[in-house]
Ligand binder design. Structure first.
Ligand code: FRU
Length: 457
């Protein structure tokens, strides 16, 4: 079945069809991710005037399902304190900052005014500022007393705010310099006081901080991530954070950066949903530059082998399913590839594979190979490699393939690889092969997807 073509403006050869891109021009970090009354808000670093980084402005898109996005007016534009660098958003349900109007809680944006990055802000430092909306994110007013946090260290940036229910206070994580971050606290979102500094070796920029309940134990933890997605897990001791060990890699792909999770998703939903900017992608000749990763649910696990976090695409992707093919017990003889789907497309593919000792299994999607090596215990694609174990004795793999990206999840999200690709001319859609031994595909399901732009843009 041929899905309907994407609408004009979103139909170019290299336009991702189920990953967010701006209609035109440059994007980088996701900013201000917040859910409010049925709408997921996605703000983003944006150059409204060009296809390269610059004139940092907060672009804005909205979605009711994390899949179909509609780009709306830009939310924050440069002013005399600087251009608008990354930050976060919260809903002030209890009017702690005092901006609420009537019964409507305000939406607050926390951002870095990057002094010195525009002629109007020459000589000014990077400071942290606040803007609020009393109409559900349609329009924003910058706080008259900005900045709310003066420079702490040169280049400090990317404030991420979260409510600490146990401590009845707001927390703000800020990138300082080197691998240092500062955590601050507040009761009114306008006045902030230092709580502690945290060093995350190998990490910088765009911190995120959020509480999570680990399964199966039910224990409560806090997770802190940096721009590269690496994370540490910790607990609050006497009101301060104690994180355990060195940061852990969360995604091994080549283009996973500036991660952030949505704030204020209702407790009845309970998901912690993360998105990343796919830094480093190439879109030659396109009117846009940059795409976001597909939103993933994070889960914290605390089995016998310690604490770890998984990433798994949000279930709402199923709204794009256009057709489904299934295979069972497909035997792969050593060195004999099978093309199960000749035509390239947009795919959500899930499979379970059992490999003979020493065999390497490869699934090639739209010309992009994903290889599991049973001898090296690795999963490789896009020139990147992740370690992987097979606790169940077989490999589970999920692959999301868009026109210019590939997202691979091993062991139901225990490892993931996120990356940008370019179409391979003449490649078949899906080929499977085993080398160095036989393999058996226990089951495989391939959903072809329709364009997410066809219903909202
Ligand atoms: C991360 C980053 C942030 C900064 C923003 C500027 O990609 O460098 O630290 O706020 O991009 O666009």
């Amino acid at each position: 079945m041929q899905p309907a073509p994407p609408p004009s403006g979103y139909d170019q050869a290299l336009r991702p069809q189920f990953h967010f891109t701006s209609r035109t021009n440059w994007i980088n970090d996701p900013n201000g991710l917040v859910y409010y009354k049925g709408t997921y808000h996605l703000f983003f670093q944006h150059n409204p005037d060009g296809n390269e980084w610059g004139n940092m402005t907060w672009g804005h898109a909205e979605s009711t399902d994390l899949v179909h996005w509609k780009q709306v007016s830009n939310a924050l534009t440069p002013d005399d304190l600087g251009t608008m660098f990354s930050g976060s958003a919260v809903i002030d349900w209890h009017n702690t900052a005092g901006f609420n109007k009537g019964k409507n809680p305000s939406m607050l944006l926390f951002y870095t005014a990057a002094g010195g990055t525009s002629p109007e802000s020459t000589g000014k430092p990077f400071t942290q500022c606040l803007a609020y909306s009393t109409d559900g994110g349609a329009t924003f007013t910058k706080y008259a007393e900005n900045p709310i946090i003066p420079e702490i260290a040169g280049g400090n940036r990317d404030p991420k705010v979260v409510w600490d229910q146990a401590g009845k206070r707001w927390l703000l994580a800020l990138y300082l310099d080197g691998d240092n971050f500062e955590l601050l606290q507040s009761t009114d979102l306008r006045h902030w006081h230092k709580l502690q500094t945290v060093s995350l070796p190998g990490c910088d920029e765009c911190p995120d901080l959020f509480p999570m309940i680990a399964r199966p134990s039910g224990h409560r933890y806090w997770v802190m991530t940096a721009a590269n997605g690496h994370y540490v897990v910790g607990q609050m001791v006497d009101g301060k954070f104690v994180f355990q060990g060195e940061p852990v890699v969360s995604d091994y792909g080549p283009n996973f950066y500036a991660v952030q999770t949505w704030s204020d998703i209702y407790r009845s939903d309970g998901r912690r949903i993360q998105i990343a900017w796919m830094r480093g992608g190439q879109y030659p000749g396109m009117p846009f530059n940059g795409q976001m990763s597909f939103p993933c649910v994070l889960k914290l696990h605390d089995g016998a082998k310690g604490l770890w976090m998984s990433r798994w695409p949000v279930r709402e992707i199923s709204s794009l399913y256009a057709g489904t093919e299934e295979w069972r017990d497909l035997a792969l003889a050593n060195g004999v590839p099978i093309t199960v789907q000749p035509k390239t497309g947009l795919w959500d593919i899930s499979l379970k594979v059992k490999c003979e000792a020493g065999a390497a299994f490869t699934i090639t999607v739209n010309g992009h190979a994903v290889t599991f090596s049973s001898s090296n215990k690795t999963l490789s694609c896009m020139n990147s490699t992740a370690p992987i174990r097979l606790p169940q004795g077989y490999l589970t793999l999920r692959v999301l393939a868009d026109v210019t990206s590939l997202e691979v999840y091993g062991n139901t999200g225990r490892v993931s690889l996120t990356g940008c690709v370019l179409p391979v001319a003449g490649a078949p859609g899906i080929t499977v092969e085993s080398t160095g031994g036989d393999a058996q595909i226990l089951s495989m399901t391939a959903h072809s997807l329709r364009s997410a732009w066809s219903t909202a843009h």
